[in-house]
Design a protein around this ligand. Sequence first.
Ligand SMILES: Cc1cc2nc3c(=O)[nH]c(=O)nc-3n(C[C@H](O)[C@H](O)[C@H](O)COP(=O)(O)OP(=O)(O)OC[C@H]3O[C@@H](n4cnc5c(N)ncnc54)[C@H](O)[C@@H]3O)c2cc1C
Length: 383
Amino acid sequence: MINLDGRLKAGQALAADWAAELRAHALHADREPDAIKDLLHLAAMAYLATSPVPEKYLSAPILIDGHHFSGMTTLERVVFIEEMAVGDPGLLLAAPGPSLSGGLLLALGDDDQRERFYERLFRRPTWTFFGLTEPDRGSDAGAMTTSLDRVDGRLLLNGAKRYVGNAARAEIGVVFARTAPGPLGVTAVVVETNQPGFAATPIPTIGLRANQICDIRLDDVVIREDDVLGRGLSRTRRGMWGALQALNNFRPGVAALAVGVARAALEYVQQNRTMLSPAEAEQIGRIAARIAAAREVVWRAAIAVDSSPEGAYLASAAKGRAARLAEEVTQQALSFFGPGARWDHPLLDKLDRDARGVEFMEGTTNIHRLNVFQGLVRETVGT
Ligand SMILES: Cc1cc2nc3c(=O)[nH]c(=O)nc-3n(C[C@H](O)[C@H](O)[C@H](O)COP(=O)(O)OP(=O)(O)OC[C@H]3O[C@@H](n4cnc5c(N)ncnc54)[C@H](O)[C@@H]3O)c2cc1C
């Protein structure tokens, strides 16, 4: 069993306080995703605005009980994310900050690119986006067709992305595009959303609505040479390699989000169904044990990714397991309140819808099963 050190325990306790603030606005942000714009004063937003950011770029890192926090380890992030997701997973995903595009800058960006990116982020609360998925090319992201071509000396981006969180409110983000056929022909670029030819439109969704996932159109968007990521790296280390590094690093965080959703549903039942039959009490105990076991896998996955982002099989196992847990626990929680549960308990209804969204984020359970299977075949799982 993993025991957190004093630093992470202090962070965990404070993040639990932030969760209460997020919860107070959860249902409103579910109805009105743009509510996030009026919630930037919440304490959780300060952490999310600087997570992950290397300390050398931070003028004032988050300080809790004398400890610094900047989200630079996956273990730190999963501890904070689970607590905040108990408050509201949607608002957590809707926050301005570097998020997954920051992870890509860490994997592929050079010093100058990172400096410019963080400088932008710290000027004012700034949303970012990570454009990988395309219409009809989600799980098979490597088959993307968005193109980056040199035309009359200019780099032009053309194509479409889909289901991209926060894209309509973002000022800056990263887009993956093809420069040549094959797996090595993919490049990532930094894109300014005020460029002519960039358009992002929110897609109506059922779960994680505050995250406001969007369709993106890219029509002859001009990309500056120094916004091409991985310029100094070999072809094998650019593009999809960077995407995998960033996704591997963030996957335990999505798993922690799912654990937080399951915990929120369980805690709701515990607070609102005080009279339980012995069978129900036993069911609650089983759910609590499953949540604790899933958390242990998530923390182990985080530690594994921190030591080697390339060996992310445990992270796939954690994501698949935690996503299934969130779906099953939210369904079971609803069953504690009878046929009118969704109507009478809007928060549980929301958590159940959010759990469906978590299943699709950063790869579905089927894709993670395939990933774990490949690790087993190559005998690299657990190493
Ligand atoms: C809340 C949310 C936020 C998101 N944020 C972003 C973002 O910021 N940026 C971004 O780029 N994308 C984002 N996505 C998109 C997400 O990455 C994709 O939804 C995901 O990769 C799945 O792709 P798809 O939706 O096209 O489903 P598909 O790939 O069409 O899959 C549909 C079904 O087929 C199954 N399937 C597909 N291939 C196989 C296979 N080989 N074997 C077995 N089963 C298979 C899947 O498991 C799934 O059940 C987000 C999605 C959600 C829901």
